[in-house]
Design a protein around this ligand. Sequence first.
Ligand SMILES: [Zn+2]
Length: 92
Amino acid sequence: MMGRRLRQMRDMRECLHVGPQLQSYLDGECDPATVRRVAAHLEYCRKCGLELAAYREIKRALATHEQPADDAVARLRAFGEHLAGAGPEAEL
Ligand SMILES: [Zn+2]
């Protein structure tokens, strides 16, 4: 279906916008409009939800002077490459 395809494309564009904001969002450094936008996106985007969980894990590890979990680091690296244009087919 065309509508579904368009929606997926729009969601992907939203990921590109929201992805770079996740860290600031977690740190509470986003303006209210961005917080609403990120929160609304996280409602339905599992991928960005996982990124937020990864950021949270790394933040927790840094706070407790532990080594962050390898999978969290790897996931963030993959997400960064994904955003940098690794291609829309790149799955996490
Ligand atoms: Zn997303």
